[in-house]
Design a protein around this ligand. Structure first.
Ligand code: GDP
Ligand code: IMO
Ligand code: MG
Length: 423
């Protein structure tokens, strides 16, 4: 029996989807515990590429059950679209997909309010999937949950109550015409038929599975620095992607978690706005984007790229309680003659002892770099740690020491076979 939490250790897009797909071979259940269709988890199998937004990446392995936990915010349209795409590719989700009755629903007004707030001056650069407004309603205790789909009268009443308030806000504050309440009620009533069969008492299911000795992988979305508490607030998402969120978002108690596994990209990327001390706004950054095909899997936006930030990853390892990590996209660094690694920050000439999450400070820090020789080789065909060039091993050792992480898995390409463990 093992219950492993898998988390992104930077600003998302570390390659979680690929590694979850690999690891899920050894798990009975894969569970998402936070976020929503803002995630874009890419898995390449043979010539096929799958981008999963809501359904755990374990769905691509037939023997694995997949769970959407209560901490996730579910957009029914996105969910049904994803189920349809999987079916078209011969992947059956029935009897394998389970959704918590306590997960909150993304409503049309959440997406509208997301886009309205993004048109203001203080842009976060969200994915526009309604994530922030949905979590706002959850914590304001006004949210509509999956369980509400099961009772038409309750669903209708809750939608009417919400729309009354939202339409007042839309009309009086945002000069918007407001949304048609009956249209939304009719649309959401239809979802019951399609989603009913997946609705499950997830905490009971997962705790029974643990009792029966089954293994569970908890798949985080986003990354630690996008965590609403521990990230670069306010330039964060509205959930808890750090390992602590795995318990509240699934109903698995903390003393049942057996390990925490981190996914770490061999350099750094970020989509959307907010501080990024090691960002390369130059040709090197452009090269990283080109070599790493760094474009958002959900929005297609170019990702901002920069050097590996060991100071940031060591903070992430502390906050998450990381036991070991997978280093992904190591192959992408193969054309760089010199590779820099940030080992600390200076603020007003003084070295900082701890990672500052305060945006004002982060915007003003100067990264302290050490330079390493690049290996200038294509390593995407390497099948083991021993086959890696010495300079690649030196790089791995350097980042492992400075970020305080134990490297267990290395990924040198998007495919399953481009992955090996460190002996
Ligand atoms: P996630 O959100 O953490 O699941 O990551 P994304 O799927 O958004 O972004 C990672 C991208 O890198 C995807 O296009 C993957 O196919 C790709 N990828 C994953 N691991 C590797 C790797 O080791 N090397 C290369 N070149 N690409 C990788
Ligand atoms: P995966 O799971 C990278 C970013 C957005 C924005 C901020 C808030 O694929 O790693 P939101 O729509 O969540 O309110 O946007 O968070 N963001 C991500 N960046 N990867 C993701 O997911 C992200 N999900 C949200 O770009 O800056
Ligand atoms: Mg992604």
């Amino acid at each position: 029996m093992s219950v492993t939490v898998l988390v992104g250790c930077q600003w998302g897009d570390e390659g979680k989807g690929k590694i979850v797909d690999i690891l899920s071979e050894n798990y009975d259940i894969v569970t998402r515990f936070q976020g929503g269709a803002n995630a874009g988890h890419t898995v390449e199998i043979g010539d096929n590429q799958y981008i999963l937004h809501l359904i755990p990446s374990g769905i691509l392995r037939n023997n694995v059950k997949c769970v959407i936990g209560n901490g996730v915010v579910v957009d029914p349209n996105a969910l049904l679209e994803e189920i349809k795409l999987l079916k078209q590719n011969g992947i059956n989700v029935e009897g394998r997909l389970f959704i918590s009755h306590n997960a909150h629903l993304i409503m049309p007004y959440h997406k509208l309010l997301d886009s309205i707030s993004e048109s203001s001056k203080k842009k976060i650069g969200t994915t526009g999937r309604g994530i922030g407004p949905c979590y706002m309603d959850k914590y304001a205790r006004k949210g509509i949950r999956i369980v509400d789909l099961l009772n038409k009268e309750i669903l209708e009443r809750k939608i009417r109550d919400n729309l009354e308030e939202k339409n007042t806000l839309l009309k009086k504050v945002y000069e918007h015409d407001g949304l048609d309440v009956d249209k939304i009620i009719n649309e959401y009533i239809q979802f019951d038929k399609a989603i009913d069969k997946y609705i499950t008492d997830v905490p009971l299911m997962l705790n029974n599975a643990i009792r029966d000795g089954k293994s569970i992988l908890l798949e985080g979305a986003q990354g630690a620095l996008l965590d609403v508490d521990h990230g670069t607030y306010p330039y964060v998402t509205s959930s808890s992607p750090t390992s602590g969120g795995a318990c509240t978002g699934s109903g698995i108690p903390p003393n049942k978690i057996t390990s925490v596994f981190g996914i770490v990209k061999a350099y750094t990327t970020r989509v959307g706005n907010g501080p990024f001390p090691t960002e390369l706004a130059n040709d090197e950054g452009e090269n990283l984007r080109k070599e790493g095909a760094e474009y958002g899997a959900t929005t297609g936006r170019p990702r901002r790229c920069g050097w590996f930030d060991a100071f940031l990853v060591s903070y992430s390892a502390m906050i998450n309680g990381i036991d070991s990590v997978a280093i992904t996209k190591l192959d992408v660094l193969g054309t760089f003659k010199t590779i820099k690694v940030c080992v600390g920050y200076k603020l007003n000439g003084k070295s900082l002892n701890s990672f500052p999450t305060d945006v004002e400070q982060l915007n003003n820090v100067t990264p302290v770099y050490e330079s390493l020789d690049g290996w200038m080789e294509d390593i995407s065909e390497c099948k083991s740690y021993d086959e890696l060039p010495q300079k690649t091993k030196d790089y791995l050792e350097f980042i492992s020491d400075h970020a305080n992480i134990k490297i267990e898995i290395i990924s040198v390409g998007p495919k399953r076979k481009q992955t090996f463990t460190v002996n």
